[in-house]
Design a binder for this molecule. Structure first.
Ligand SMILES: NC(=O)c1ccc[n+]([C@@H]2O[C@H](COP(=O)([O-])OP(=O)(O)OC[C@H]3O[C@@H](n4cnc5c(N)ncnc54)[C@H](OP(=O)(O)O)[C@@H]3O)[C@@H](O)[C@H]2O)c1
Length: 324
């Protein structure tokens, strides 16, 4: 099978397309012909040796796939050859074939094709967990989303609306904000042109945002705490801008607010039943036609490096996937 291989730690230009042997199948695993593989920001960190979970080269990056089952392990009874599944995997997604634990597999709903689902588990799994279990978002509350046209950001815009929130999308260009509006955002802030905290104060009539979803971090993350509402929840999603924000504890005190960490990968392992319930909710929204995952670009597998570079250069919106 063909697979993208990280032979040395560094930038995406170093990735190679190679012919690799098919991985062996253990009793509780599925072999899947990959129809689409999600490209995610952490992949760029992992190939550079900067992610919290480190892998030694050579390895195949890629944390999520969707495809068709081609072989089931001897201890697997709940899937059969031909079933469409998606999964979050430790690595190995950027390949024609992927072997994954049966516990990680999610049976796809009929309205979500495997060719479109490779970018689904991570961003939607993270975002529903963040808004529901961590942020306790309630209908009628104001949700501020930073990096709102990015992978997890756009999922937060969509899910925030489905949960009945008033969604304020914040991003760095008019084009990105136009996409957020098309996906349901109620109000828009271009933080490359205007002060984030001033704009939030104006939009919320001085009340601030009830829930802040922050995958960007850095100075923007620090700014947000000046415009959080009483009892607000600031969700620590990630640090796409690089620096980890220094959160001002005095602002949390003054607003009776909380800073809440979100780590979906660990949640999925520690609380599998709740994670499964979240996906049942997500798939129900898809089956009802209320949620349509947004993919802005599809790249051939061989162009994984270009896909990652486009993402690192902030050129992409929503999700991008590789098509083997
Ligand atoms: N906690 C979890 O469980 C979890 C799960 C998934 C992802 N994450 C984290 O969430 C973050 C975003 O992931 P993603 O897949 O949504 O990434 P993405 O699609 O690349 O989106 C990130 C957004 O951040 C903004 N940004 C600001 N400065 C940037 C910079 N220097 N480089 C790149 N983007 C920058 C960009 O929006 P503007 O141009 O509009 O500013 C971009 O759209 C990452 O840090 C990732 O590790 C966390």
């Amino acid at each position: 099978m063909k697979a993208i291989v990280c032979t040395q730690l560094g930038g995406p230009e170093l990735l190679e397309l190679q012919e690799r042997p098919s991985p062996a199948l253990r009793p509780r695993e599925l072999r899947v012909a990959v129809k689409s593989a999600g490209v995610n920001f952490p992949d760029s960190l992992q190939i550079a040796g900067k992610y919290q979970m480190k892998l030694e080269p050579p390895f195949t990056p890629g944390a999520e796939v969707a495809g068709l089952v081609t072989e089931v392990g001897s201890a697997v009874s709940q899937y059969k050859v031909g079933d469409a599944v998606a999964a979050f995997v430790p690595s190995g997604g950027y390949a024609e074939e992927c072997v994954l634990s049966v516990d990680a597999a999610l049976p796809l709903p009929t309205r979500l094709a495997a060719a479109d689902a490779g970018g689904f588990p991570l961003v939607y799994g993270t975002t529903l967990h963040a808004l529901k279990q961590r942020g306790q978002l309630k209908a009628g509350e104001t949700l501020l989303v930073l990096g709102a046209a990015g992978g997890v950001g756009l999922a937060a815009v969509q899910l925030g609306k489905l949960m009945g929130a008033k969604v304020i999308a914040a991003a760095s260009s008019a084009d990105k904000l136009a996409l957020c509006k098309a996906q349901g955002a109620d109000a828009l802030i271009d933080y490359s042109k205007e002060s984030l905290k001033d704009a939030i104060k104006t939009l919320t009539k001085g009340q601030g945002a009830d829930v802040i979803y922050d995958p960007v971090g850095g100075a923007l993350g620090e700014d947000c705490l000046s415009c959080i509402a009483w009892n607000g929840r600031y969700l620590v999603i990630g640090f796409a801008s690089g620096p980890i924000p220094n959160l001002a504890a005095n602002r949390l005190l003054l607003k009776g607010a909380s800073a809440v960490g979100v780590f979906w990968g660990a949640f999925a392992v520690r609380e599998p039943a709740l994670n499964l319930a979240n996906f049942q909710q997500l798939f129900a929204w898809i089956e009802a036609g209320e949620l349509q995952p947004y993919i802005s670009a599809r790249y051939p597998l061989a162009e994984a490096g270009r896909a990652l570079r486009d993402m690192m250069d902030r050129k992409v919106t929503g999700k991008i996937v590789l098509i083997p």
